[in-house]
Design a protein around this ligand. Structure first.
Ligand SMILES: [Zn+2]
Ligand SMILES: [Zn+2]
Length: 141
């Protein structure tokens, strides 16, 4: 198992149960954020006799402990990903593919500007880009 995950479990005094480990490992192998029903399906396909209630309860614990982050795009679906370095998402509106993108300087000067002009202290931000991925652009032509 991923050593970062092991470290976080230990740090948050969370037991490394079979289901918890399976959930974290599945999230670790996702290229993009995943919804709870999709996560449940993947776990069941992998042979875990886990139910919906357990998945939701685990997600609540992992969210509260900061191991997992909730991502919500322009829709009602909540998706989850392992908490990692700050990044943004590129979302294809045709095939729904989600890619991560990180910027070398991100928005730190904008946050400083907001503090200066609005006296508002930014604690976090999220930013999503909606558009067409490369293969969907080709199909459009
Ligand atoms: Zn696409
Ligand atoms: Zn950012």
């Amino acid at each position: 198992m991923n050593t970062v995950i092991q470290y976080l479990l230990k740090e948050q005094r969370l037991r490394n149960t079979r289901f918890r480990q399976a959930i974290l490992q599945t999230l670790d192998h996702q290229a993009s954020p995943i919804s709870a029903p999709d996560l449940l399906r993947k776990l069941q396909i992998s042979g875990y006799s886990i139910n919906k209630t357990t998945v939701y309860r685990e997600m609540d614990i992992l969210l509260a402990k900061g191991l997992v982050e909730e991502v919500r795009f322009n829709e009602d679906v909540r998706r989850y990903e392992l908490k990692s370095a700050h990044h943004h998402h590129l979302i294809c509106q045709t095939c729904q593919k989600i890619e991560e993108i990180a910027f070398a300087h991100d928005l730190s000067d904008k946050e400083a500007e907001i503090l200066a002009t609005k006296k508002f202290k930014v604690l976090k931000h999220s930013l999503e880009f909606f558009g067409l991925c490369e293969s969907c652009q080709k199909k459009c032509k």
